[in-house]
Design a protein around this ligand. Structure first.
Ligand code: PBG
Length: 312
């Protein structure tokens, strides 16, 4: 009997996502045996130093990719927003699943939203994108670092270290924690990370049978949108990670992309959008990146770490 082994990180969210993909593959392919291969990655283990210091976003993927190269696993499941803009050579992404809730969540035990926070309130997030947007909206807030998986972060909020924290709605919903969402931070008020809410499957490029099994889960409209968002991000800064937010939606043939780059330190930000047909999403991403650069986005782009501070 054919078996498919999914390499996965061990955080509750990563395991949920991998189980979800496993269930969908079993339902699609009668008789296919799907197993999980849980692994620890360097990105999970090193919580005391900045991720920039130990090598960046790819750290969450590297061990999983090595397991695929050693043929101990056939594929890996990722939150696409945590996948570097350029895949490692020799790997492919046969499926991007239909996007769940794209929005960020405002989470607090005392306040209903960003506007309701008192002057100087302490807000926890290590994501430069979230920090930049908070600074732009509320320069008075005290932004504090907050890393760890979703449950760790909620625990620190409940312990009183913060007045509010920002998380992804999709992660909370997948873990059955929807009730913690006090407000959805939606476009155009607030923009998500490129590809937020989308799950991707990665496998070896030459493994045609795995590619074919997984391709059945690909969602074309989601792929179009995230290609525009990731195309914009790639055109802005290549491989480093910066306070970049992007959100695309496809309405029939019509694709619209909104992008923002900001400064986490002083709250300045530039914003642009573009519209086109859905058949060249990456070109639209490049066009919006160009507009952002014309407005001075380059100034905010340094070798920093985007959403990876809020890893899960
Ligand atoms: N950066 C960590 C991360 N990667 C993906 C999600 C949520 C799920 C998703 O975006 O699909 C999260 C948690 C968060 O940002 O709160």
């Amino acid at each position: 009997m054919k078996t498919l082994r999914i390499a996965t990180r061990k955080s509750p969210l990563a395991l949920w996502q991998s189980e979800h993909v496993a269930d969908r593959l079993r339902a699609l392919h009668q008789g296919l045996v799907v197993t999980l291969v849980p692994m620890s990655t360097r990105g999970d283990e090193v919580l005391d130093r900045s991720l920039a210091a130990i090598g960046g976003k790819g750290l969450f993927l590297k061990e999983l990719e090595l397991a695929m190269l050693r043929e101990e696993a056939d594929c890996a499941v990722h939150s696409l927003k945590d996948v570097p803009m350029e895949l490692e050579p020799g790997f492919a992404m046969p499926a991007i699943l239909e996007r769940a809730d794209y929005a960020d969540a405002f989470v607090s035990n005392a306040f209903d939203g960003i506007d309701a926070l008192p002057t100087g309130a302490r807000v926890g997030t290590s994501s430069l994108r979230r920090q930049a947007q908070l600074r732009a909206l509320r320069p008075d807030l005290e932004l504090r670092d907050l890393r760890g998986n979703v449950n760790t972060r909620l625990g620190r909020l409940d312990a009183g270290e913060y007045d509010a924290i920002i998380l992804a709605c999709a992660g909370l919903q997948r873990l059955g924690l929807d009730a913690r969402i006090r407000a959805r931070l939606e476009s155009p008020y607030w923009l998500p990370a490129p590809a937020q809410g989308a799950i991707a499957i990665e496998c070896r490029e030459d493994d045609l049978s795995t590619r074919e099994l997984c391709a059945a889960l690909d969602h074309a409209a989601t792929r179009t949108c995230v290609e525009a968002e990731r195309g914009m991000n790639r055109a802005l800064h290549g491989s480093c990670h910066v306070p970049v937010a992007a959100y695309a939606r496809l309405d029939g043939e019509h694709l619209r992309l909104d992008g923002q780059v900001g400064s986490a330190s002083d709250g300045r930000a530039v914003r642009a959008h573009g519209e086109g047909r859905g058949d060249a999403p990456e070109c639209l991403g490049i066009e919006v990146a160009q507009k952002l650069l014309e407005q001075g986005a380059g100034e905010f782009i340094a070798d920093s770490l985007g959403d990876v501070g809020d890893q899960d």
